[in-house]
Design a protein around this ligand. Sequence first.
Ligand code: FAD
Length: 527
Amino acid sequence: MVSDEKSELPMRPSSRRAARSSPPPALAPDDHHNATLIANVHPPSWRSPTPAPRYNLVVIGAGTAGLVTAAGAAGLGAKVALVERHLLGGDCLNLGCVPSKCVIRSARVVGDLRVAAALGVRVPAGVEVDFPAVMERMRRLRARISVHDSAGRFQDELGVDVFLGDGRFTGPDTVDVGGARLRFKRAVVATGARAAHPAIDGLAAAGFLTNETVFSLTERPRRLAVIGGGPIGCELAQAFARLGSEVVLLHDAAHILEREDADAAAVVQRAFVREGIRLVLDARIRRVTRLGGEKTLELEAPGMQDAVTVDEILVGAGRVPNVEGLNLEAVGIEHDVRQGVRVDDRLRTTNPRVYAAGDVCMSHKFTHAADFAARLVIQNALFLGRRKVSALTIPWCTYTDPEIAHVGLSEREAERRGIAIGTFVRPFHEVDRAIVDGEEEGLVKIHVRKGTDRIVGATIVARHAGEMIGELTLAMVARIGLGRIASVIHPYPTQAEAIRQLGDAYNRTRLTPLVRRAFQRWLAWTR
Ligand SMILES: Cc1cc2nc3c(=O)[nH]c(=O)nc-3n(C[C@H](O)[C@H](O)[C@H](O)COP(=O)(O)OP(=O)(O)OC[C@H]3O[C@@H](n4cnc5c(N)ncnc54)[C@H](O)[C@@H]3O)c2cc1C
């Protein structure tokens, strides 16, 4: 696979020197779960291998994008080096999806207990959340899952050379890590993103949590201000409120989750208010001050000025790509500190030898998007592939309760692009299973290209919307029309029946007066 060029390149004296592994990062609390996690994803005694003379692929960053690229390429026979400075598994395993969904699972029990009486189940007084136990469960499960992403597995089972340290381009075909030089035919930048730190007067001095620190808590903050009403802010605001924190959610737009379908976001917003989360919308935070253990946020919102005092502030106000320190300029890789690494539709950077994948370059900042971008990069970088990101159908889900899941176009996006659509909506108060579950607030909304049954987008608000969106994603990918879904038998009673019912609704629109008259005549004649 590697061309003859290999033997023509002079061997630099340092190129075969073994890399020094960076020490493992400290992870609080210092318990056996975190020790297991570290032992898997940044082993303290890791000895980086002696670099191969040349790699088909050097991957910088071992989050989802990097891991999938490395494992997939090595599985196909490529010689691959994977460089990680912090924890293999990246944000998803360590500081994102996995810990947040663990905490959300515990919080959901509290949500259930709150509606128990309405379902005829009397819950005795005195039920309480054991916050340290919730967090310990999260750490235990995170450590358990971490074996999949472990350095040992990648090196010994999957045949990837794993280097623990800061990766940095040092030449047109070299990346340096821990004093060693890795030479490549192709490289992939998969360095992810991190929490944006909003420029609010006094915030840095007062101190705040982000996804990098919130999962290290062992004590529940009694009062918590969450800055940012996007997916991360909303998921964690609801979870902490359910676990017993007094939560105020500060958002700088007129409603939360403003990138979602407005009807869908409104359902979640109503749920938040019902659950006692204080929402301050169109909020401007003028200043943060700290006095002892208390932090005060001075706020302005339409028609109000207020000061909110809390014990902790959690920032979930966007993500910024990790482009610093890679020496991208030196190798002609254009980037910007907000959008990240510039890539074309095939995920190639402005340096044709280098590709990028995941949060560092994509607007869809999701684990599954990073995963499928990585698969595309393997084909394009190593096998002359021509696959395009724009051809991917990427669903997503925000794991509030109820969840919002979405795929394809929204009404807003269709209008912006001048695409005429027809929209079919089934509210859950018309769906038997949702009624018996007491989960009537929600909907399925499906958009078709006007005049056809071709599905171009869908939004679901339901307790398990994330599990339901797969059917519509499949329909879009396989070009199964909404009319055809009407003939797919769904078990009764399920909430997913709402999707089939919208197939029926679509087919009813085909019953034109002419067709109806023809049917009536046939039935009269055969009576
Ligand atoms: C709280 C939270 C919850 C989330 N929940 C979900 C969810 O439920 N579902 C979902 O799909 N997505 C979720 N996400 C998003 C998801 O975590 C990211 O989209 C995903 O991790 C992106 O993967 P990545 O490989 O691009 O980047 P990352 O996971 O960020 O990995 C990049 C890696 O590169 C390393 N790195 C950076 N620079 C260097 C360097 N110079 N040298 C060596 N290594 C370097 C970093 O240490 C990191 O390990 C969540 C995110 C957060 C913060």
